[in-house]
Design a protein around this ligand. Structure first.
Ligand SMILES: [Ca+2]
Ligand SMILES: [Ca+2]
Length: 321
């Protein structure tokens, strides 16, 4: 997570001009007059013109005037300072709190930014464009760490299969970044289990890209939502989008897509069925099926046999690259 000061070149618009403040990958902090929901006059504003993008900046704001801070004059010195450099550590600290409270968000940069953005106290402004959220003065608003850790968030997704008598095993489906690969053959039927930061009681799911459909209604238990899929074809990426998922305290998750690469036989998950998958599967023949080698029981009968090796071989060349 790279949290960057917006800069102190306000109050005019398009004053977020110094790299890396204006990059999309930077989480950019503006400064409030401490104790208020008004922007500090010096806090740099968007839209970004430095790279011609018109990107909205800053992303979020925090207190940034008359802030007590460590000073480099000695190992024990403090000073009082104003600047977006004073606001920025509030955001880095809020992110650390969020990751401490919801460990599944650690290193999930997009999801973590979304969590802080959605929880921020929105402050409207039309000084430098549309009111938002977000807008070019306050971004998504004033950071609210407590709201961020209390909000409903999707923390984990898996594809779950019962494999003969060996047990029930999960293939992870990362909720951000590159989608996971489900390599087990299940006649087009899959069960996706979604885990949230709070208990959930209702919501819907739909296949929004790719071939397949949701079967029946999702079921809810504790902090999990279980979605059954059928008619899911091989060699494709599907997207299941969750809508209206609601917690037991009536918080509603924004519509959330989760992707999955469906590629039977790609036991090593590199999006191509190739010889390393054959070798990997052969290497597990006769071994008990566990969480660590459940992918090699490609036909999910609870044993890793020559039938699994043959199944992988029959799919050689299938690829999602
Ligand atoms: Ca492979
Ligand atoms: Ca098997």
């Amino acid at each position: 997570m790279m949290v960057v000061a917006a800069g102190n070149a306000g109050s005019l618009c398009s004053t977020v001009t110094d790299p890396p403040s204006f990059y999309a990958a930077s989480y950019t902090a503006g400064a409030l007059n401490t104790g208020t929901d008004t922007i500090a006059s010096f806090s740099s504003r968007g839209p970004v013109t430095a790279d011609g993008s018109g990107r909205i900046k800053p992303d979020i704001t925090a207190p940034g005037t008359n802030t007590r801070s460590a000073s480099n004059t000695s190992d024990t010195a403090y000073t009082i300072a104003s600047g977006t450099s004073m606001a920025t550590p509030h955001i880095a600290g809020a992110m650390a709190l969020l990751w401490s409270a919801i460990p599944s968000l650690q290193n999930q940069i997009d999801a973590s930014r979304t969590a802080l953005d959605n929880a921020a106290h929105f402050i409207s402004s039309t000084q430098c464009g549309a009111a938002g959220p977000p807008n070019n003065v306050f971004g998504w608003g004033r950071v609210d760490a407590l709201a961020a850790v209390q909000q409903l968030a999707l923390t984990e997704a898996v594809s779950r299969k019962t494999q003969g008598t060996a047990g029930t095993f999960d293939v992870p489906l990362p909720v951000t970044g590159e989608p996971g690969v489900e390599c087990r053959s299940t006649g087009g039927k899959f069960t996706f289990v979604f885990t949230f930061s709070s208990n959930v009681v209702s919501g819907t799911a739909a296949v929004t890209t790719g071939r397949g459909r949701v079967q029946g209604s999702p079921t809810f238990s504790g902090n999990t939502m279980t979605v059954k899929l059928s008619g899911v074809t091989d060699v494709q990426k599907i997207t299941v989008t969750l809508s209206g998922v609601t917690s037991d305290t009536s918080q509603v998750l924004p519509d959330t897509p989760v992707g999955a690469n469906m590629l039977i036989g790609d036991t090593n998950g590199d999006k191509t069925v190739n010889n390393p998958d054959v070798t990997q599967t052969r290497g597990q023949v006769g071994m008990p099926v566990t969480a660590s080698n459940c992918r090699e029981d490609v036909n999910i009968d609870g044993a890793i046999t020559s039938a699994d090796v043959s199944l992988v071989r029959s799919d050689l060349g299938h690829s999602l690259q």
